[in-house]
Design a protein around this ligand. Structure first.
Ligand code: ADP
Ligand code: ZN
Ligand code: ZN
Length: 747
């Protein structure tokens, strides 16, 4: 008889906390067949009632008294349930990305909360749309922007949930109350969540007549869904109607009795887009967003499971909605970095979606104006099918782009932040009453404070980063929030030449105010948008025409549709070109190309000014020409030459510890073991201090492993995790390990 083996088992995954596995003995006849993720039958409790459980781990050494352990009854032979599918997905994720199975399960299974029966409130229109627009016409558009927004929304849809009004529309409770008192609207209480169902208004009732390009795309998707089900990548310029294509393809999926998941980065999901989905799918569509409580989230999961929903829209975690028979997964803005999880398991939504589609026989559709290198490369290799949408819908034209060479400006004596081209165009806009958006693509990068006498840089005592000076004279750490007053003298040499060098959003705002004293300026960056509300509020105010110029970080260029914006200026377009990782160029291109797509979406033509010190760089040139192919070809050559993904795969082993030496020690041992075991099949780089070597007093050390074959990386990861387990009780300071496959942020 072979040695006894034991299994960690979680009971009834949908109902109980996942952090308490129970231990059971594995009977002789199951020793060879039982694996992680299997559903088993076990005796439970005093009465040994038989219950279902899931194996989350197998060991040789029990952690409890082995005589007291019960034995597993057998493997459950239930039909494939939704839980089983999710569990299989968790097992797959654990294997691919590393970490524990319990962690992976927490990611794929919704946590059940004690939920009080909840009343859902919605705003309902009480009067005719004519009366509403009459009332709105009487109001001062600047002072009462929120009230006007509310009136416009209820003219378009008769009933809207209060959370959408206060959330996406950013209308305060007080404004709602006022409108109720005026008798324009009333509040309805429902026992369940209701979606804004389009009223009689044609704007949202209309069904788009697809143009030739769009219908060809829909046909291709449906064809593939009936056939081989290769993933489809739509490369379509902004405004080409990708969303219309998704909606049509989803409608066909729903007609067949199957469900669809739509991933959209939350920041890019506008109220208008939301309403287009609601108009088509009525109360069979729902949205997951960060403002939902755990309980409300769970409610949506229950509705999906009970078959009350056909379509869910949400961020990457919407992948785990328990639909009975998902038939289509859409990933919009496929290139967005937010599709990669930054918590263990550090999964990428694109890959999990692929696996889920494989498991369910569903069709994957991805779309972007600037697809990621990974996705385009897969299309080139024939793993995905690429479809192009080349025309903007209707009359909307592509903007005219000017590249301003800031080196030339300086030579000609212009020392300001703004090129002559940009200054002239801003003036024109102010005269015509049109709007301008100005953005820099990083926050506070140049905001550090240093001593001009000795060169000392003011740094956060807990993190390996410089502090950033804010208008208030305070120095702030953007990683941990540590704040101090700016000292009058240099703490190092005592000189009084301690000064900030600022070229952040605040500085730009200041300069704009100086150059155009009459202009109304709004600023949007990490400081003005600490809360989600702040963010929506600024965008809504800008959309309502409350400012002439919006200054911000890259967050202002994502997915917003302002018809009156006819000028977009990128202030320091190449700032991110100097970033530390190989994605820097791709990010610069995609940001600039997306920004250019923002100008002139209405009937007015748009203009874009890109200010740069690298006017000849291919990412700048290609963005200016809105030429994705040109960028892709150049970047591909660079990636191939320097052995970066998508030509190879990378695995980052990230070691965290309060003690720097312990972290280095652990990382070094892992690197050595991997070199020895995997030899030439992988390239091991490191250990290195991370780019930011310390955050919140935790040191960060990283080892990179590179290989063309993902299997080798998986082996390296398993080896590193095994070493972690073995050395756990060595008495040293604790070191934790996170594994990151094809990281999008270098540590
Ligand atoms: P994308 O998602 O590619 O940026 P959208 O689907 O948002 O493009 O389309 C841009 C605008 O054009 C939207 O206002 C949309 O309603 C409109 N539009 C696109 N295609 C059609 C169509 N076939 N019929 C009517 N309107 C359309
Ligand atoms: Zn000094
Ligand atoms: Zn800090």
């Amino acid at each position: 008889m072979s040695k006894d083996r034991y299994a960690q088992i979680i009971i009834d995954i949908s109902h109980e906390r996942l952090d308490r596995p129970f231990e059971y003995r594995i009977p002789e006849e199951l020793k060879d067949t039982l694996t992680e993720g299997m559903e088993v039958l076990i005796p439970f409790g005093k009465a040994n009632k038989e219950r279902h459980g899931y194996v989350v781990g197998i060991t040789d050494e029990p952690s409890y008294d082995r005589d007291k352990l019960k034995e597993i009854n057998g493997i459950a032979k239930s039909a494939v349930s939704i839980e089983n599918r999710m569990l299989a997905l968790a097992v797959w994720m654990k294997k691919k990305y590393g970490g524990t199975l319990v962690n992976a399960m927490r990611t794929v299974l919704p946590v059940k909360d004690k939920v009080k029966p909840k009343v859902y409130r919605s705003v309902v229109r009480n009067v005719s749309t004519e009366t509403l627009s009459e009332e709105a016409g009487k109001l001062n558009p600047v002072r009462y922007a929120a009230r006007i927004r509310l009136m416009k929304a209820v003219s378009e849809a008769e009933e809207i949930p209060v959370d959408i009004v206060t959330g996406k529309l950013n209308v305060s409770k007080a404004v709602i109350t006022t409108a109720v008192k005026q008798g324009l609207i009333s509040i309805r209480e429902n026992a369940e969540y209701r979606n804004p169902v389009a009223g009689k208004n044609a704007a949202y009732e209309r069904r788009a007549e697809l143009n030739d390009e769009q219908s060809a795309a829909v046909d291709a998707i449906l064809n593939e869904a009936e056939g081989e089900r290769k993933a489809i990548l739509i490369e379509g310029i902004t405004g080409s109607g990708k969303t219309e294509v998704y909606i049509e393809a989803i409608a066909k999926t729903v007609e067949k009795g199957r469900q669809a998941i739509v991933l959209i980065p939350e920041i890019a999901l506008t109220f208008q887009t939301l309403m287009r989905f609601y108009a088509r799918f009525k109360d069979r569509v729902s949205v997951l967003h960060s403002k939902l409580s755990e309980g409300e989230r769970y409610d949506q999961f229950l509705r999906a499971k009970n078959g009350e929903l056909d379509v869910i829209i949400g961020p990457r975690s919407a992948l785990f909605i328990p639909f009975k028979d998902p038939g289509m997964i859409v990933i919009d803005e496929e290139h967005e970095l937010s599709y990669k999880s930054q918590n263990m398991p550090k999964y990428h939504a694109r890959e999990v979606a692929e696996e889920l589609c494989r498991m369910c026989g569903a069709q994957l559709v991805m779309g972007s104006a600037t697809p990621s290198m990974e996705a385009s490369y897969r299309a080139e290799c024939g793993r995905y099918i690429k479809i192009k949408l080349n025309k903007r819908y209707g009359e909307a034209r592509l903007p005219e782009v000017t590249v301003a060479d800031m080196r030339e400006e300086l030579k000609n004596g212009n020392r300001s932040f703004f090129s002559r081209a940009l200054s002239e165009k801003i003036t024109e806009r102010l005269l015509k009453g049109e709007q301008t958006m100005l953005f820099i693509n990083r926050r506070g990068k140049a905001g550090f404070v240093s001593c001009r006498s000795c060169g000392h840089v003011m740094k956060c005592p807990h993190c390996d980063v410089s502090l950033t000076e804010h208008g208030s004279g305070q120095l702030v750490c953007h990683y941990c929030g540590y704040t101090m007053n700016k000292p009058p003298l240099c703490p190092e040499c005592g000189s009084k030449y301690l000064a900030g060098f600022r070229a952040g959003t605040e500085k730009i705002e200041e300069e704009i105010q100086k150059a155009y004293p009459g202009a109304r300026v709004l600023r949007m960056d990490g400081d003005t948008t600490k809360t989600k509300e702040g963010h929506e509020k600024i965008l809504q105010a800008f959309a309502a025409g409350e400012a002439d110029i919006l200054v911000g970080t890259q967050m202002i260029v994502k997915g917003h549709d302002f018809p009156n914006v006819t000028l977009v200026g990128a202030i320091a377009a190449d700032m991110s070109l100097n970033g530390a990782d190989y994605h820097a160029t791709e990010r610069t291109f995609s940001l600039l190309a997306q920004a250019a797509g923002r100008a002139g979406r209405g009937d007015k033509p748009g203009e874009v000014v890109i200010q740069t010190y690298n006017p000849d760089h291919y990412s700048i040139q290609a963005a200016a020409a809105q030429d994705y192919e040109a960028f892709y070809e150049r970047e591909k050559a660079f990636r191939e030459l320097s052995d970066y993904p998508p030509y190879t795969h990378m695995m980052a082993l990230q070691y965290y510890s309060a003690d720097s030496e312990s972290a280095f020690d652990k990382a070094g041992k892992a690197a050595a073991a991997i070199r020895e075991e995997l030899k030439e099949s992988v390239e091991v780089l490191g250990p290195f201090k991370a780019v930011i070597a310390k955050i919140r007093d935790i040191y960060r050390v990283v080892v990179y492993i590179r290989s063309k074959d993902e299997e080798n990386l998986s082996r390296a990861k398993d080896l590193a995790e095994k070493l972690q387990d073995e050395n756990r009780e060595s008495g040293k300071k604790e070191v934790t390990l996170q594994t990151d496959l094809d990281p999008v942020n270098s540590l």
